[in-house]
Ligand binder design. Structure first.
Ligand SMILES: [Zn+2]
Length: 450
């Protein structure tokens, strides 16, 4: 995780915990011994049978053959807990590179039915995001990248989760997606179009300098990543065509990279896709109209594709009889062609265009359209961790990494749909779900807050 998002508090906390309060003992170490019937520690390599993951506080301290139920040499004050997953398949916590935690189709349809075309308020968005974050963790996703919300809601939820005040996945937040006036991400009401500050806080920019300004504003908010929308989109029925100039994209990407942030581009039109790749974008989101030249450019520049196949098949709640997105997906087969060419594909769903917690349905599409189950799992762990820049902490189960661990009752290499039923979830060494049930209460027990 980037140190900057932890800010001053993150810098002070280690110093404070080292500075012992007189008369108060430091908290005892907490060990968890996870006995795994089958362990897929590094997706892409074969699973191993009968292994024990040793978790010390929030990180993996060892992985040992056989089932350990004691730890020789740990001080008597340490707490040692044994978790029996001897009949489970254990793998790294899953990563979704493309979610929108503030929204959900049933909710937006109800708003639309009462004639309300405005996005939810920041407060409504934060409450929704809390609920959706919990549901996402329940589904085994321990890290998500939220690409396109507003300047408040998901930042607040991310910070509350990081502070241990509520359960949820680790969230990388983009804040408002960036587009030109009337672009895909412009949800500013007409009567506020002349309000310069409102335009910046909604991610709206016309011209390179203004685009540098909105990137800097998102950075100031504490964004972990920048999202831009160089083309129109289906969700607002504007189509697939380009909406940003090349110099605007270059300004967004150049500024973000200077500030140490990656850029994700929502893009359909092959022209805009190639302009974004040329300008150095880190990932193309959706990319349904990706052409062969674009594929070659992605290979050459190591650009990731985040395919969001789930988003092309709108849920029945939208009541769209014959969606254009399905026609384009089936006609262009961008996912199949990119996969065959060896483009890096990072798992991402666009959850929020369908119900949060159903993220694992993307695995079914990936396998249906040609990935092997192991490749799909690798995409949601190793590859997504690389795109998000969290590979040192997440994506595999290895000594030194954060203990983000999920367990299933079936083997997903035989039947990918078993990933829809996650039985056990641990995030950063804390058990969030056990025996198919989320831990209560809603917040972590106070002992976790020390
Ligand atoms: Zn999206």
């Amino acid at each position: 995780m980037k140190a900057r998002t932890l800010g001053i508090i993150g810098l002070l906390l280690p110093a404070l915990s080292l500075a012992q309060v007189p008369g108060q003992k430091p908290p005892a170490d907490h060990y968890t011994l996870i006995q795994a019937g089958q362990l897929l520690a590094v997706p892409g390599q074969a699973p191993r049978e009968r292994m024990t993951i040793v978790v010390k506080n929030d990180r993996i301290s060892a992985i040992e053959p056989g089932f350990l139920d004691t730890l020789p040499g740990v001080p008597a004050s340490a707490r040692v807990e044994v978790v029996d997953l001897g009949d489970h398949f254990v793998l790294p916590g899953l990563i979704d590179s493309h979610v929108h935690l503030i929204g959900e189709p049933s909710f937006s349809r109800r708003r639309a039915e009462r004639g309300d075309r405005n996005p939810p308020s920041a407060a409504e968005g934060a409450v929704s995001a809390m609920v959706h974050a919990r549901r996402t963790l329940n589904a085994g996703f321990t890290t998500v990248r939220d690409v396109g919300s507003n300047d408040e809601s998901v930042f607040a939820v991310r910070n509350a989760i990081n502070a241990g005040r509520m359960i949820g996945p680790r969230i990388l937040v983009s804040g408002p997606a960036i587009s030109g006036t009337a672009g895909h991400a412009d949800n500013l009401p007409f009567d506020r179009d002349g309000d310069a500050q409102a335009r910046i806080s909604h991610g709206i920019c016309d011209g390179a300098d203004a685009c540098r300004g909105v990137v800097r504003f998102n950075y100031k908010l504490g964004a972990d990543v920048i999202k831009m929308t160089p083309t129109a989109g289906f969700s607002d029925n504007t189509g697939t065509e380009p909406q940003m100039f090349e110099d605007e994209m270059q300004a967004v990407i150049g500024t973000a990279h200077m500030l140490g942030l990656k850029v994700a581009a929502h893009a359909y039109s092959p022209i805009a896709i190639k302009q974004a790749i040329k300008a150095g974008v880190d990932s193309i989101e959706h990319g349904f109209l990706l052409d062969d030249e674009g594929i070659r450019m992605m290979k050459a520049q190591d650009t990731f594709l985040v395919p969001t196949l789930s988003a092309s098949y709108p849920p029945p709640v939208f009541r769209i009889p014959d969606p254009e997105s399905v026609r384009l997906r089936n006609e262009y087969k961008a996912f199949e062609r990119a996969h065959a060419a060896g483009v890096k594909i990072a798992f991402g769903t666009d959850a929020g265009t369908f119900s949060h917690g159903d993220n694992a349905k993307e695995f079914g599409y990936m396998v249906q359209f040609g990935m092997k189950p192991m490749e799909a799992i690798r995409s949601a762990t190793v590859v997504a961790a690389e795109l998000l820049g969290v590979g040192a902490d997440a994506g595999t189960l290895e000594t030194g990494k954060l203990a983000d661990i999920v367990a299933l009752r079936g083997n997903p290499l035989d039947d990918i749909s078993t990933l829809k039923q996650v039985d056990f979830v641990m995030k950063s060494g804390k058990i969030a779900k056990r025996g198919g049930q989320m831990m209560e209460p809603f917040t972590y027990p106070a002992t976790f807050l020390q």
